[in-house]
Design a protein around this ligand. Structure first.
Ligand SMILES: Cc1cc2nc3c(=O)[nH]c(=O)nc-3n(C[C@H](O)[C@H](O)[C@H](O)COP(=O)(O)OP(=O)(O)OC[C@H]3O[C@@H](n4cnc5c(N)ncnc54)[C@H](O)[C@@H]3O)c2cc1C
Length: 430
């Protein structure tokens, strides 16, 4: 039986193994293995809500082991560090316990077909002081770190109330993550007032959003960026445009002009890259940010048995444009990769991948949602905002849940979420 190994159970990888498991694994047509460095999956676009506590991952995290049993694939926890293309094996890092003691040496796993779907991390462009002083909102661990630091700052205000006591949060990067996080912070602080933090109000929250370009949301149409900017201004977010950060220290961020933006908490959300080890992995072709070059069928350009999907793949469309690192791209790539793996097993022709941009939405917590819809709705983009935009935004996550759970279980998870809103506090406070 052919062995298909998928590295990374994120937005793309988990949808792919679920489909492969149910269609091929169940009938013993192929042996499907998912490898992830974590034991549970969280949909990455939710991270900013987890960071401020407006979402509790208790309901939304998917245990890989439980999901694997229900969907006929195997799960191995482990971190990919190399690929041995001659032996057709992936090499996993040794595993250590919390005290740093190794309990499992490096292991190898055989594959016939390999899919790399290990996502991306924040790119600090080697800016001095960023790694040491800023939080990168790209994993659940980082989101938890942010939440704990934020709660500590709010506790400081609660215990030491004084007129000029404030929490200064600086966010670098005016893309969707920075914009959504700025609004979500206001939402969280407005709510926390009701949970024993009665001295804390939004007037003590000083959020600065720093963007190097001339407008926030530079990848989206100007109308969306103007609308989001005006919403943030209403929330008293200090949006600094045309501001380049050149270093950071414990005191705050330094601009190119040498000015200090003082901050108690700093987040870096200004660009992505793929971990450095991928840049030289197994002689595969990669670009400047270590993305793997893939052909029209999502196969890596130097090895047709190795596919790459999601953020870690560089796909250039026929018109020369690059497919953006988004959840919708990962979702679409997972579908085509599934088709092509089946085709390879059956020696039938492969299907080319074509990226369809369905538009982009930016959720400004409970204040507003703005964005554009594209594709079937006519030529160009259609600006939407308000309740309709919020509904479409939420439906993106529901589509991901349907892809991994099916309709019935997604309905039950939504129902459990509703009950939890009633049983648990609206904010995760620890
Ligand atoms: C805060 C935030 C908000 C976002 N909001 C949106 C949005 O609103 N809309 C949108 O379209 N996109 C959004 N994105 C982008 C979107 O989340 C990504 O494009 C998408 O998750 C990429 O999917 P993926 O499958 O490539 O990788 P991921 O979903 O990142 O999954 C990668 C998986 O690989 C695992 N992994 C990583 N390295 C290794 C290794 N060495 N060995 C084993 N396992 C490994 C990780 O644990 C993870 O499970 C957002 C991103 C962030 C950070």
């Amino acid at each position: 039986m052919k062995k298909i190994v998928v590295i990374g159970g994120g937005a793309g990888g988990l949808e792919l193994v679920t489909k492969l498991g149910n269609r091929l694994g169940k009938k013993k047509l192929a042996h499907i293995t998912l490898i992830d460095r974590n034991t549970s999956h969280l949909w990455k676009p939710l991270l900013h809500e987890i960071a401020v506590g407006t979402m509790d991952e208790g309901v939304d995290a998917v245990s890989y082991r439980g999901h694997a049993i229900n969907n006929h694939f195997y799960f191995r926890v482990g971190t990919l560090i190399d690929i041995d293309r001659n032996k057709k094996q992936v090499v996993l890092a040794p595993m250590q316990d919390d005290d740093g003691i190794e309990f499992l040496p490096s292991t190898r796993i055989d594959y016939d077909y390999l899919v790399i779907a290990l996502g991306s991390t924040s790119n600090d462009f080697n800016t001095p002081g960023i790694k040491e002083n800023c939080i990168f909102l790209d994993s659940a661990t980082q989101a938890h770190k942010f939440r704990n630091k934020m709660l500590n700052q709010l506790l400081r205000i609660q215990r030491l109330p004084s007129r000029d006591n404030e929490v200064r949060i600086a966010i670098v990067g005016g893309g969707a993550t920075g914009v959504e996080l700025s609004a979500e912070l206001h939402h969280a602080v407005a709510d926390i007032h009701n949970y024993g933090f009665d001295e804390v109000t939004n007037s003590q929250l000083k959020v600065t959003l720093v963007e190097a370009g001339a407008r926030i949301l530079p990848a989206l149409p100007e109308r969306i960026s103007a609308s989001a900017h005006s919403e943030l201004t209403k929330l008293n977010v200090d949006v600094k445009l045309n501001t380049m950060i050149t270093s950071a220290s414990a005191e705050g961020l330094y601009t190119k002009e040498g000015n200090l933006i003082p901050a108690d908490l700093m987040v870096w959300a200004a660009g992505i890259k793929i971990p450095d080890f991928v840049g030289n992995i197994a002689g595969l072709e990669t670009n400047k940010i270590n993305q793997l070059h893939v052909n029209e069928f999502l196969q890596t350009t130097r090895d047709e048995t190795i596919f790459a999907i999601g953020d870690c793949a560089q796909f250039i469309s026929a018109d020369g444009s690059r497919v953006p690192p988004r959840a919708q791209s990962a979702h679409q790539m997972a579908s085509i990769c599934y088709k092509n793996l089946r085709a390879m097993l059956n020696n039938s022709p492969l299907t080319p991948y074509v990226y369809t941009d369905h538009g982009s939405l930016v959720n400004l917590a409970s204040y507003s949602t703005v964005g554009s819809l594209m594709g079937n709705l006519g030529k160009g983009s259609l600006f939407i905002e308000g309740k309709l935009a919020r509904l479409v935004y939420i439906s993106l996550y529901r589509m991901h849940q349907v892809a991994i759970y099916g309709f019935l279980k997604t309905g039950l998870v939504m129902f459990a979420g509703r009950i939890n809103r009633w049983l648990r506090p609206r904010l995760k406070l620890h």
